[in-house]
Design a protein around this ligand. Structure first.
Ligand code: FEO
Length: 405
């Protein structure tokens, strides 16, 4: 559905509510997603900012036609070349032959790489502007939010005026969510918007936290008024502009709470019994905790839960001289997403080879995470003494989690 989110600024993107995974199978999308695109119809210029994933091209063009003839588009801004945003670029360019394409310098490389066309591409830099008639578009490079080519566009006041513009930041992936239940944050009533916002950050952007912090600094320095933030996925932030900027600052700094997430897999329930005993230790120390049995949990939801927690307790049986595959994947994910400053504890049962805890601890170390309390193991099935050792371990680990970091 086309909506005029501000005078002369139309949302012409499409929803894909049936999508259940993103980036191949990297991330789950319980609600599907949206591919947001923005049409600015002004006196001097008609500008399309971003397109959509290729299978939705016809719907994008139909939405644009509800507002104008696409042949009247004078500029297409490609904020980010990933195919969920430039998939329809060739079709839009064919329908808008007069349109020039504007993108970041790195975007000139990646757009050519994805599309193999000899379109002339006009590279823009932070602070460059485009006068559309009654509004000014300001380009802002947003490197690594999410790719080197990422950028944003601020839709503001006419040149020379300090007010009168819509003051909308078209932020592309940053501040987005795979969320389809509402078009604006203040219309979201299902209680999932903030979870989906954090999940998006954790699974898509968290490896680049340092860059995100730098981009937030640059955005602050530009001091552009922002009344709305319109990302390329999910709801437009209208009420929560300051809140989502603050949340991104918190995420970028990887601030954690003194709580613990227990993740485990088990072959014959011994490691599960150990997880229960470890949790009794967390309870005794008064540290809040959640638990995920990895084979029956959603991988990207687990990572989202882990992201805000100071303590990770990871349990696995030994399996073929290794940890179980779900645990190996988790350890890999923690390293790939570059979680920093967390405490890791290991536990698990073994039969013939006591390898599990050593592997978890050494892989946590490889990821740069501290292991403050030696892990706990048991052979075969835990005895009462083994379970008591697990509870003691949980309590000692909890004390470390509670200590100021
Ligand atoms: Fe929504 Fe990085 O693409």
């Amino acid at each position: 559905m086309v909506r005029e989110v501000a005078p002369k600024l139309y949302a012409v993107g499409v929803a894909d509510p049936d999508r259940r995974t993103f980036h191949g199978h990297e991330m789950s999308t319980a609600q599907g997603t949206t591919y947001n695109a923005w049409l600015i119809v002004d006196e001097k210029e008609t500008v399309l900012v971003d397109t959509v994933y290729e299978p939705f091209t016809d719907r994008l063009l139909a939405n644009i036609r509800e507002v104008i003839d696409p042949a009247g588009i004078t500029a297409i801004v490609a904020n980010h070349s990933e195919p969920d945003h430039t998939g329809a670029l060739a079709a839009v360019k064919a329908a808008a032959p007069k349109a020039r394409i504007l993108c970041s310098k790195r975007g000139t490389e990646s757009i050519r790489g994805w599309h193999h066309r000899d379109w002339p591409l006009q590279a823009v830099e932070t602070g460059e502007t485009l006068d559309t008639g009654t509004m000014t578009l300001t380009f802002i490079m947003a490197m690594m939010c999410h790719w080197p080519d990422s950028m944003m566009v601020h839709v503001g006041s006419p040149r020379g005026a300090s007010s009168g513009g819509p003051d909308v930041l078209l932020s592309n992936d940053a501040f987005g969510q795979h969320y389809t239940a509402a078009a604006f944050d203040d219309e979201a009533t299902d209680g999932r918007l903030w979870f989906e916002t954090e999940k998006y950050f954790v699974n898509i952007i968290s490896p680049y936290c340092r860059n995100v912090a730098a981009r937030l600094d640059e955005l602050e320095k530009l001091a552009l008024p922002i009344r709305m933030i319109a990302p390329s996925h999910g709801a437009v932030w209208r009420r929560g502009v300051a809140d989502v900027l603050a949340a991104y600052r918190r995420y970028a700094e990887q601030r954690t709470e003194p709580r613990t997430v227990v993740c485990y897999d088990t072959m014959y329930e011994s490691t599960r019994l150990m997880a229960e005993a470890v949790r009794r230790g967390l309870d005794a120390a008064g540290v809040p905790h959640t638990t995920h049995h990895l084979p029956t949990s959603d991988r990207s939801d687990v990572l989202t839960d882990l992201f805000g927690a100071r303590g990770f307790l990871i349990g696995s049986s030994t399996w073929h001289m290794n940890v179980l595959p779900t645990v190996a994947t988790l350890l890999d994910d923690i390293k790939t997403l570059r979680f920093k400053g967390r405490l890791v504890g290991a536990f698990g049962s073994y039969g013939w080879q006591k390898r599990n805890v050593d592997i978890i601890e050494s892989r946590a170390g490889e990821a740069g995470l501290e292991v403050p309390v030696p892990g706990v193991v048991c052979q075969w099935k835990p005895t009462a003494a083994d379970l008591a050792a697990c509870t003691t371990f949980g309590r000692r680990f909890a004390e470390k989690v509670k200590a100021p970091s």
